[in-house]
Design a protein around this ligand. Sequence first.
Ligand SMILES: Cc1cc2nc3c(=O)[nH]c(=O)nc-3n(C[C@H](O)[C@H](O)[C@H](O)COP(=O)(O)OP(=O)(O)OC[C@H]3O[C@@H](n4cnc5c(N)ncnc54)[C@H](O)[C@@H]3O)c2cc1C
Length: 349
Amino acid sequence: MSDSQVIIIGAGVAGLACARELAQRGQRSIVLERSRGVGGRCATRRIDGQAVDHGAAFFHARSAEFAQALAQMPVEGRIDGWPQRVVETRLACQPEAFGPGQVRFARREGMSAFPKMLAKDLDVRLQHTVTKLESTGDRVRVHTQHGATFEAEFVVAAGSLAQSLRLAEPFAGQFPGAAEQFAKLHDLEVVPSLAVIAGYACNTPDPGFEVWNPLETVMLQAIIHDSAKRLAPAHRVLVLHSRPGFARARMGESAEAWSRDMLWELGDVLGEWAAKPLWTQTHTWRSGRIRAGDQLAMPAVLNAPGGGTLLIIGDAFGSQPGFEGAYLSGVAAGEQLARAPERLRLVGR
Ligand SMILES: Cc1cc2nc3c(=O)[nH]c(=O)nc-3n(C[C@H](O)[C@H](O)[C@H](O)COP(=O)(O)OP(=O)(O)OC[C@H]3O[C@@H](n4cnc5c(N)ncnc54)[C@H](O)[C@@H]3O)c2cc1C
């Protein structure tokens, strides 16, 4: 059993931004993360030592606050303006990210550089999967898969929307005012995506672009020339993201089946060579992102009748879509928890 005033579930951008904001205001928190690393959908894999971003592919910022947070990463390793060679953007999930004047860049070491920076000096417990929340009167008890429990007056659920709902609904379903909040959350459109990482010999000719959101495809939403971000890459690497409809229809099948079809379409678009990579890896993003414009701009607050408060934050709760919204929702929650937690207790009462 471990005590802290705030327990945060999930070390994605939102959970880490919340913990960091609390730390900057002198408050301790514990972040519980089920994976072996931080970052969630701001994800980088290492394949033969080469970084590959298989979630979001580059950073972009609309607000000065988020641009400032991104600017805290070291200048070394920053690839300003990336992507520059862009073929078509109208079907990108946030087409405005490609517009002139937008802060836009990638990093040599991968997208996870940002969550890693946020996590510095925080108390993050990796491989701690939270399985259940329980009210103990004036506190919330957090149970983890391997038997460790934690208790705090405030618990912040910072998983993807579906992951947080899986914990929150059994815990708070009967709280006063909770039913309306959950109904609103179920109305948000969650957009899934299937990802294929395709590796080719490093002397394969440059395909001539960095990002392409093809209009003429039925399966592929984005083709990312990932190895163009790396210095002296060992492999030429393309990352393919599927269209949401294709992901919904094929997610239940074997990855071998859907990746074969996505590669076939890649060959159709780029030429036969592209359909035959030397190796592939896959990933299913069940909750890839919240449809831009659907997000709620404030956390969900659920007060247990005896005391103890659960907040839900993340990209569904930011004033902007994507990782920027996730970051801003985390900062807003951290600020409110540090400055005026009593206001949270009033919500829904
Ligand atoms: C393919 C793809 C492309 C994208 N492109 C863009 C883009 O171009 N621009 C943009 O702005 N956004 C983009 N996004 C969306 C962006 O990545 C997300 O909106 C953002 O990273 C969400 O951050 P988050 O902290 O809210 O959630 P997450 O990143 O999902 O973090 C949640 C964390 O909680 C952990 N967790 C969940 N449940 C538990 C549990 N029970 N116990 C412990 N830990 C738990 C998870 O392991 C995870 O680490 C893209 C996403 C994908 C998948």
